[in-house]
Design a protein around this ligand. Structure first.
Ligand code: ZN
Ligand code: ZN
Length: 251
């Protein structure tokens, strides 16, 4: 179900229009219900059109950090990025971390509902693959510390990256970076000390084989975690680091 956001329909193939009947047949035989309102979606997507429209989509945002820039367009930089640019070069954030997005992310992360990952990664794939977009050479999920990975059983960022990679035909490398310190959850700490909490929390295990890297995570709050990861990626040879996240919190 990695392609679950792809609606059934006609797809051009080598000049011949081929009816993509398998997903259509699937939706008839096994009707898919919306993850939010439980209504039938009529497609293989587990989100109906109305619920999709009602999601808290991010509007105009700073092109570098994804933070809100009131009244500005997405080509502008926010004041914070102008004063002190982060190590990453651009951010694609899809949604505000508000209901029902927080519900979906928490069900994925803490209740292990992995079926939510294709839905969220499918929405993000559409956003990043707009015509003319410069796609990265490799996707790097934000790593969890091994002890937290054992506790949870999976890394939601790796799940999202794996699905994005398959859909966009991009390489995913979840072994390139590792978390060397089991840091406190950033969300539990005052904003002022989050920077110190993640300092030297990551190590890159090999020279970066790619010039353009995208860091993948579920939620970005202050950006300190991805900024620290971008710093070590650039030190290891990456020329450009983008950040792709499902949701932006606190904006
Ligand atoms: Zn719905
Ligand atoms: Zn910014």
């Amino acid at each position: 179900m990695d392609y679950e956001t792809e609606p059934p329909g006609c797809q051009p193939d080598k000049g011949i229009v081929v009816y993509d009947w398998i997903p259509h047949l699937q939706s008839l035989l096994f009707p898919v219900h919306c993850r939010l309102c439980a209504g039938r979606t009529g497609t293989t997507v587990s989100l109906c059109a109305d619920c999709s429209t009602d999601l808290p989509w991010l509007g105009s945002a700073c092109r570098q950090c994804g933070g809100s820039v009131p009244g500005a367009d997405s080509l502008l930089l926010c004041g914070a990025c102008q004063r002190r640019p982060p190590h990453f070069d651009a951010t694609t954030a899809l949604l505000h971390y508000r209901p029902p997005v927080d519900y979906l992310v928490q069900r994925l992360k803490f209740s292990g509902e992995l079926a939510i990952a294709p839905l969220l990664s499918g929405l993000l794939a559409k956003q990043v693959s707009s015509p003319g977009a410069a796609l990265p050479d490799v996707l790097v999920p934000v790593p969890l510390h091994p002890s937290r990975l054992r506790e949870r059983g999976f890394n939601q960022a790796t799940e999202i990256a794996r699905l994005l990679g398959r859909r966009l035909q991009l390489t995913v490398n979840h072994r390139l970076c590792r978390r060397t310190r089991n840091t406190d959850a950033q969300s539990l700490l005052p904003v002022k000390i989050r920077h110190w909490n993640v300092r030297n929390a990551f190590a890159v295990t090999e020279r970066i084989p790619a010039r353009h890297v995208a860091i993948i995570d579920d939620v970005m709050t202050t950006g300190h975690t991805v900024n620290e990861l971008a710093r070590v990626l650039k030190r290891a040879g990456a020329e450009r680091v983008d950040v792709w996240v499902i949701a932006r919190a606190g904006h």
